[in-house]
Design a protein. Structure first.
Length: 258
């Protein structure tokens, strides 16, 4: 079941409303148990092809329903006006097609951690602690996932960064990663499609360097090059089972007691 409602992000877009989505797992309405939560970027692309930006979603609800995975997924529609999405999904300023864009990712994450997450925890049966809170996204949302694990590790223990746009910082390891303080239980799944590397000349080195640095920093990294993978929701949908399993979000019949 997916609940939708309108929400505002005052630090970034004032009173302009955008849509929020909360997926509730199979059986949520039948009991009183609490669930881990995965916060995801680009909420409009997660569940419904009819709402997805390019007509194809990740189909996450279909996967979670079919596997009966006990997980809540919460996402907010991106800022689709002008370069709004690029700005709010980057923690650093960068140039895109010759235009310099501000990096408003810190403002977005502060809002998510201080406003949206408390709202979700207050209105749904969540397990709000760090151990049970994850984050995920693709492209610029993948970049923000790595930023969130680096700068907000006190809130998120695990994340999935698909096709992360690390090229915004050049070939080196992003400064926010270098400044990050990672708990030893931090888990990151990240991948990149083999056909994507030609999109940005700095991406291959940036991906390799960042993954290596995170591993050396003690993060439990699973990194993949997806054969034939491309930069689109259809390709990212195929990776859902991989990252869900890596992050420990297992089907109901595979969830054993620790």
């Amino acid at each position: 079941m997916i609940e939708t409602f309108e929400i505002t992000v005052p630090p970034l877009t004032g009173d302009r409303k955008r849509k929020a989505y909360v997926y509730l797992p199979v059986g949520y309405g039948d009991g009183d148990g609490a669930y881990p939560v995965m916060y995801m970027f680009d909420g409009q692309n997660l569940f419904d092809d009819g709402e997805a930006t390019y007509g194809k979603s990740w189909g996450i609800a279909d996967y979670l329903d079919f596997t009966r995975t006990p997980l809540i997924v919460a996402g907010v529609e991106c800022d689709s006006v002008g370069d709004g999405r690029l700005s709010e999904y980057s923690p650093v300023p960068f140039c895109f097609h010759g235009k310099r864009l501000d990096g408003k990712g810190k403002k977005y994450m502060n809002w998510l951690v201080r406003e949206f997450k408390p709202f979700v925890d207050a209105n749904y049966r969540t397990l709000p602690d760090r151990r049970n809170t994850a984050i995920g996204g693709s492209s610029m949302g993948g970049l923000m996932t790595i930023y969130a694990l680096s700068a907000y590790n006190r809130c998120f223990s695990r994340g999935a960064a698909l096709s992360p746009s690390l090229w915004v910082g050049g070939e080196g390891v992003p400064e926010f990663v270098v400044r990050g303080r990672f708990s030893r239980d931090t888990v990151l799944y990240t991948d990149y499609g083999s056909k994507e590397f030609s999109n940005h000349t700095a991406q291959r080195k940036a991906f390799a360097n960042t993954c290596a640095y995170l591993m050396e920093s003690g993060v439990n990294v699973t990194c993949r090059i997806v054969p034939g993978g491309t930069h689109c929701e259809a390709s990212w949908q195929k990776q859902v089972p991989f990252f869900m399993n890596v992050l420990g979000f297992l089907p109901e019949d595979e969830c054993g007691e620790e």
